[in-house]
Ligand binder design. Sequence first.
Ligand code: ATP
Ligand code: MG
Length: 346
Amino acid sequence: MEVGLPDEIQRYKLLCTYTSSIREHKVASDVDLQELAALTQNFSRVELKELVRVAEDKAMNKVIKVSSEGELDLSAMGKLMVSRADFLHALENEVKPAFGRVTVVDHLLARGIINWGRPVAEIIAASSTEIRRRRASESIDPVTILLEGPPNSGKTALAAQIAKNSDFPFVKVFTPDDMIGYSVTAKCISMRNLFDDASRSQLSCILVDNIERLIDYEPIGPNYSYETFQALRVFLKYRLPRGIKLLVICTTSNRQLFWDLELLPAFDTILHVPNLSKPDHLLAVLEDQDVFTKSELLSLHAKLQGKKVSIGIKKLLKVIDLARKVDPSNRMTEFLSELKEQGGLE
Ligand code: ATP
Ligand code: MG
């Protein structure tokens, strides 16, 4: 039988139990078990026990002396006192929960999130509302968000930012990049394991990236893996044990496919991630990237008036990286010509 992770009240009770044999004389007055219960989100029973053991060991190492003959001075045992610092040291350095905070989203945010215009702020604000809703709701259904938009528009990074903003202790990414060479069955099992893991933490967030690639969608045919698609559909409605809250964030560049597969209604919220579409958007990114001087940006501002801009942030950052390699005297000309070539400027 699967046993869920203890919540804060249960963790407090468990810590009381595991420290009961030493609490009276050997736990310092600065140790606050309520505080430790709050700090040990996602710890299992075994991990809490281990935490107490490691803190005790740490305290023991401070008092136990070995005599010149190599014998332990057992009288020092009487001075053993486990302090708050011992517990914090164990928490910080030694005992980590297996279902603990996973910062796997950070690599998806290597270039950060540049606030290039209103759409970015609106997506972040709308997702915050959903996260609050997830925290407050007692529903046993996951809250599901779909980020859809053209290729390179920044969907994955925004999804990662939303997952990070959730501050949920369990955050994991399910991406087709990790599934290369997997059979359909292996993919479905991985998905099942992930959702099972998520349902052991009180607050979990799963990012399912690039769904069309996950289900092996091929526009020619068209073709896709019906089994993976069905598994995904089931997991979007995954019934959770009571008290467990799950947020699922998915991304796609193919909204039409979702429409055709009748998958759109499976999402509570659909957020459109657009390309940059105004000269001001472009200028905001350039300013952030520190690639041109102030006066170059001013003259660019004048040059861009009335021009049509349409480019995804991911592609734009690549064009900027290319421009960086060019001598400053030619940089602006090269940048604009590459931008036009990539279809970002008319
Ligand atoms: P693909 O269509 O290939 O899946 P994508 O739309 O998922 O691409 P990302 O992979 O998220 O795009 O790439 C966006 C890149 O731009 C990331 O490196 C991210 O850090 C950076 N970035 C900077 N500002 C933003 C922003 N406002 N929104 C999204 N990404 C941003
Ligand atoms: Mg992506």
